[in-house]
Design a binder for this molecule. Sequence first.
Ligand code: CMC
Length: 427
Amino acid sequence: MQKNSMTFIDNRTGNSYEYPILEATRGSSVVDIKSFYVDTGLFTYDPGFTSTASCESKITFIDGAKGELRYRGLAIEELAQDHTYLEVCFLLLNGRLPQQVELEDFDLELRHRAFVDEGLKGLILSFPSQAHPMAILSSSVSALASFYYEHLNLEDERSYQEMASRIIAKIPTLAAFAYRHSLGIPFIYPDIERSFTENFLYMMRAYPGGKMKITKEGEQTIRQVEIDALDTIFTLHADHEQNASTTTVRGVASTGAHPYVAISAGISALWGRAHGGANESVIAQLEMIGHVKNVPAYIAKAKDKDDPFRLMGFGHRVYKNFDPRAKVLKKLQDQLKEELGLDSELMEIAQEIEKIALSDPYFVSRNLYPNIDFYSGVILYALKIPRNMFTAIFVIGRSVGWISQWIEFKKDTTSKIARPRQLYTGA
Ligand code: CMC
């Protein structure tokens, strides 16, 4: 018997089968059960994939017990503090941080690629004005496939890096257009002179003709502190290994569909409130609670098994100690309190929820801690980003993660179409 293996004994027949254990460089190793069905005639059963590794990856590592998150080996705390989102994009795509000249080239390329085909404006305008920006974003990213129907040839490194840059550069523009359409106001084109993150705020906020509102004191409406905070939020969302939306992207990639369609599917998967949609739900929930005195009643609802109510922004499938992204954001939130004037009533409610939940045996025994969405919602609210755009902000940050994972999947010569089996209990 091999040392690095696991033996499965079928007690019905007494037959035993040996499966190799593949060693991870960090974190849990895996039992390779690829031949399990052929050997035993049985399927494994794991709803929600709680114990299943769906792929091999070199991009992002999470240690949920320690509360650790690394992109290409680098700790998220260090990346958030010392590097910009564009450096992080380069890192995820290339496996290393850029040299200064590479960063300048990448930045310039994204500025040029931020423009979208005029035809896409027609698509966005055809949505009802009350359409959620996530619906418009998912559809318009899918529509990109009809404007750029190449890049399926992975022999050509330059061509899919170009496709990755297009996706990262155009999604903020489409997101801002979706938002402006929901207000019924004219679109603002990207400004080639503005950096990635500043440009997004500009396209959301500028007046027709590209004019920015200046206060009586001569102040610009986009402040550096806001750009820095949003840039950090993008970095913290950039990738998160095999989460629900990334698994969706890889699943669509496995059928050979076009990359833009795969990213569009990822956007739809992210929208749900158990995933990226939670940031919007956090603020909706804080507003619903309305006052600190109501917090205990809502905590009781969250603990009541007969009540479907859940505390939004709490709990995580992988993190069972704390969410390191939430830690960075909590620090950022404290720093911004003064500078951005975080809404004191909502903050008070959020802090009361945090205080009670962190000491309540229900939450403590289930390892339910505030996650990234608990703090990002409050910060985005302070940045005066409308609530229906919160999940679109998550999309902007995550687009690089999805496309990096798409590329990795496509380059993996062992990858197969995603096709799980089932435990049939019907007639
Ligand atoms: N409020 C109250 N109870 C909860 C919560 C919550 N937010 N989250 C989990 N629980 C309870 C749940 O009822 C269950 O209790 P019991 O063991 O008595 O049945 C236990 O904790 C385990 O929950 P689970 O649903 O089995 O855990 P999961 O790993 O399948 O779900 C989750 C993870 C994130 C979907 C869930 O915690 C949740 O719905 N949280 C609220 C939504 C949210 O904040 N989502 C954002 C996640 S972070 C952003 C991202 O990366 O997507």
